[in-house]
Design a protein around this ligand. Structure first.
Ligand SMILES: *Cc1c(COP(=O)(O)O)cnc(C)c1O
Length: 392
């Protein structure tokens, strides 16, 4: 099919819920994507932080193929090897204790919310179920995670929303203390707010929140759906912040492009969810597990240091361009935000870049870059050259 045919068919038969860019993708290699007509794009999006190994990775594709031939799905009524090994790896590399696997980020956060409420219910009974989240956060599109998302524009149309969420200002302990109370069971946050605009939380604030949570026996829930799996230059962002959450969620990059997510609990929370209290049909799919094991093999400590260097390089180069439409950059590792100057619109800048052969994302009012973690210097330079030429 041609790009035009794919677009018309999609617009006719797929619900119109996404602001798609005017690009159809047929295949890719490394950090490059190609349209059906062979038009090349440098990819600074990874499919919203998912394809950490880029495209056409042989080891990844082979693992998927081999596992698909053996057994593609079994349900959680039986044991299979890939996710057992993956869970072990994740726990050993982070100090967490056990894992529950699901399929999407919103679904993982639902599990985290349920775990926090059950922990509190088991120990303190009813009436202590409120979860404090941060303003500007994003936690998903299910009813509870939409409610938990601390942005007013998401709290529309779908009334009634779920009870038991309140919002505190990020980076303010005063706001957290004012917002929380006797009814609180947990604090949930992203360490770098992604959709909200790539806003890293202050180290001091994160340490203080962890300390207060421990004192009050509020669970500290860290949403690492976007920051997790190497994106910020450590396997999980909480490792750079020097905290151990009670529960943390992951999704996007975990299986390098297949739908997989999950939550990890620390020792205190390892037995909160019990048989019959939580489940999902597609969770712990062996093909996704096999793909995720390849991702784990690639993300060695040395590789993660490279991710930090690549992120620093991209930010330096972008700031050195001194483009009229851009302000400062911010972020952690290969999760990069760029301020957009007054008088420019991030969506229009992204469209102009796509036209010129560079794919980027927006977040909040700014731009967001989430390149494949395997991106090479040549690919970064090719993307930067397009950026400079198009936006100068
Ligand atoms: C993307 C994202 C989600 C939602 O994940 P889905 O897979 O789209 O359900 C939740 N939290 C954060 C921080 C995210 O970036």
């Amino acid at each position: 099919m041609t790009s035009q045919e794919i677009k018309s068919l999609t617009n006719q038969y797929v619900m119109n819920t996404y602001g798609r860019s005017d690009v159809a993708i047929d295949h890719g290699k490394g950090a490059k994507l190609y349209s059906p007509e062979g038009r090349e794009y440098i990819d600074f999006t990874s499919g919203i932080g998912v394809c950490d190994l880029g495209y056409g990775n042989e080891a990844w594709a082979d693992a998927v193929y081999q596992q698909a031939k053996k057994v593609g799905h079994t349900s959680n009524l039986f044991y299979t090897e890939p996710c057992a090994r993956l869970a072990e790896k994740l726990c050993k590399r982070t100090g967490m204790s056990n894992v529950f696997f699901a399929s999407g980020g919103g679904e993982a956060n639902e599990g985290m919310i349920k775990l926090a409420r059950k922990y509190s219910f088991d120990k303190y009974g009813k009436g202590r179920a409120t979860i404090i989240t941060l303003k500007n956060s994003f936690h998903g599109r299910t009813m509870a995670t939409l409610t938990a998302t601390g942005q007013e524009r998401f709290h529309n149309y779908f009334f009634p929303f779920v009870e038991g969420f309140r919002f505190a200002e990020a980076n303010s302990m005063d706001s957290l203390k004012e917002t929380a109370g006797d009814d609180t069971c947990a604090v949930m946050m992203e360490l770098v707010q992604g959709e909200g605009g790539v806003l890293p939380l202050d180290q001091e604030y994160v340490s203080a929140v962890a300390k207060l949570c421990a004192e009050k026996d509020w669970l500290l829930l860290v949403d690492e759906v976007q920051t997790g799996v190497g994106r910020t230059g450590s396997l999980f962002a909480f490792q750079q912040y020097g905290i151990l959450p009670d529960v943390c969620s992951f999704a996007k990059g975990i299986a390098g492009g297949l739908p997989m997510s999950g939550i990890m609990a620390n020792e205190k929370c390892r037995n909160v969810l019990t048989p019959g209290t939580h489940a999902t049909t597609f969770g712990a799919n062996p093909v996704c597990g096999a793909a995720a094991l390849v991702v784990q093999d690639v993300l060695t400590d040395e590789f993660l240091q490279e991710v930090q260097k690549k992120g620093a390089y991209l930010r330096e180069q972008i700031e050195a361009m001194d483009l009229p439409c851009f302000g400062k950059t911010r972020g952690l590792g290969l999760m990069i935000g760029i301020e957009v100057a007054e008088g420019y619109e991030n969506g229009k800048l992204a469209a102009a870049l796509a036209d010129a052969g560079l794919l980027v994302l927006t977040a909040g009012p700014g731009m967001r870059l989430l390149p494949p973690l395997v991106i090479t210097k040549e690919e970064m330079d090719a993307g930067l050259a397009i950026m400079k030429k198009t936006l100068s």
